[in-house]
Design a protein. Structure first.
Length: 233
């Protein structure tokens, strides 16, 4: 048991300490963006389930591969918070509250939104590429998927979970998330699952870029501290 507890502390300890300190010090004031995202998602869910509001939400925040690209890009930011009609909204709200909340505390609100947007945008753009490749290509999609609404908050949640796992060295957790998405595609080969993998791919690229930047900054600080000139880009 102590060995298991030690592994849990090594995996989640730094993340837990960061989140706990913020919540103890500020309570709900630590996650204002997350609370706003939860409220926005709940409002959009309510509106799209009304006879007068369904088309309004579709026009404002639902993205399909058949949409013109400029229109899809315009709708993508709001699509982050439009929950799927065929899934329980409470699941989406819980995911946003948990994952967005941890990310906002650990990364800051604007980095959280950037990563969430990149993950969602990657899925949106992949759908277009996949349909263009066709169903017989390993990365392709059937033409009927052009009429399927994109994943909504889930791609952002998956992307943030992977980035947090990398940033706080919770590599097992990040690996489990990635593995679960791979299994999802193998068991249920649909657009949402492949968009999740596209989101993960985009976030892994962001992890590599961030690691390269931090490594370069560290070398520059070391060079400055040793009396050497900083490395120029």
């Amino acid at each position: 048991m102590s060995r298991l507890a030690g592994r849990a502390r090594a995996e989640w300890g730094p993340l837990y300490v960061t989140v706990r300190r913020a919540l103890v010090a500020k309570r709900w004031r630590a996650v204002p963006m997350t609370l706003g995202a939860v409220c926005l998602t709940a409002v959009l869910q309510f509106v799209q389930n009304q006879s007068w509001g369904y088309q309004l939400v579709q026009n404002a925040g639902s993205v399909r591969a058949e949409d013109p690209l400029p229109l899809a890009l315009l709708r993508t930011p709001l699509s982050l918070f439009v929950p799927a009609l065929d899934l329980p909204v409470w699941g989406a709200l819980a995911q946003i509250l948990l994952v967005f909340g941890i990310a906002e505390i650990c990364l800051g609100w604007w980095r959280t939104l950037v990563i969430a947007y990149v993950a969602t945008l990657a899925g949106t753009l992949y759908a277009r590429v996949g349909i263009a490749l066709g169903p017989h290509h390993p990365l392709g999609l059937p033409g009927a998927d052009a009429q399927v609404v994109d994943t909504g908050p889930s791609a952002a949640v998956v992307g943030l979970a992977v980035f947090l796992g990398w940033r706080y060295r919770a590599y097992v957790t990040a690996g489990v998330v990635i593995g679960a998405m791979v299994v999802e595609v193998l068991l249920k080969d649909n657009l949402a699952g492949k968009e999740h993998l596209a989101a993960i791919g985009a976030v892994l690229v962001m992890c590599c870029v961030s690691a390269a930047r931090h490594g370069r900054s560290g070398r520059e600080r070391a060079g400055s501290g040793s009396g050497l000139p900083p490395i120029q880009s």
